[in-house]
Design a binder for this molecule. Structure first.
Ligand SMILES: [Zn+2]
Length: 200
């Protein structure tokens, strides 16, 4: 129906989350109509994030060098770590301005049904941060900020069990809509949930 390059663009756009066939076509035609400069800027931006952005070696947040901006920020309290599922969950917590510690990004949540087991997440790395061998001060608090979903809760409980007796473990206070993602929580609600976190 379309020339192969146009069909290819539609196919690629259609792989994006929330983009159906029709939207993919609309975006493709928008790109075809736009200036060469704008279209190239989009293509370059995609290429650049894939080339330059990796994961922080300490916390597994997105980073453009070995360590992310938060891990290299001396003003951030290193003895308190907020555990989230995805790098995109760091942003909403940051937006609350309630948290001044560091992060640990698990890379997902436990979901045996989908074949996601503890070893698929950065849980061992979290334990190593909490109980550092040799140099490095021990952690004071681990804030479990996984999503208030079934898999997020299961992940929080699993980690709390592993950390029992070694460090204070807290969980976001209730008030977040159950089943929702951190990403979609408004900053006031999330800020309150952080401020009112309770020990597990
Ligand atoms: Zn980091």
């Amino acid at each position: 129906m379309y020339a192969p390059p146009v069909q290819r663009l539609i196919t690629e756009l259609g792989k994006l989350p929330g983009i159906g066939q029709r939207t993919a076509q609309r975006l493709a035609f928008h790109i075809l109509r736009s200036d060469t400069e704008d279209a190239t800027a989009l293509a370059d931006a995609i290429r650049e994030v894939k080339e330059r952005i990796g994961l922080c070696q300490v916390c597994f947040n997105l980073a453009d060098s070995e360590r992310c901006r938060i891990c290299t920020d001396e003003r951030r309290e290193p003895a308190i770590v907020c555990v989230v599922e995805e790098p995109s969950d760091v942003i909403p917590v940051e937006r609350t301005h309630e948290f001044h510690g560091r992060y640990h990004v698990l890379g997902g949540a436990l979901s045996p049904i989908d074949g996601i087991d503890p070893e698929d997440l950065k849980i061992a790395e979290l334990l190593a941060r909490v109980r550092p061998a040799g140099e490095g001060a021990p952690m004071r608090e681990v804030v479990l900020a996984t999503n208030p979903t079934t898999t997020g809760e299961a992940t929080a409980l699993h980690i709390a069990e592993l950390l029992r007796g070694t460090v204070t473990v807290t969980r976001l206070a209730s008030g977040l809509p159950v089943g929702a993602d951190l990403e979609h929580a408004d900053e006031v609600t999330l800020g309150k949930a952080l401020a009112g976190r309770r020990a597990l």
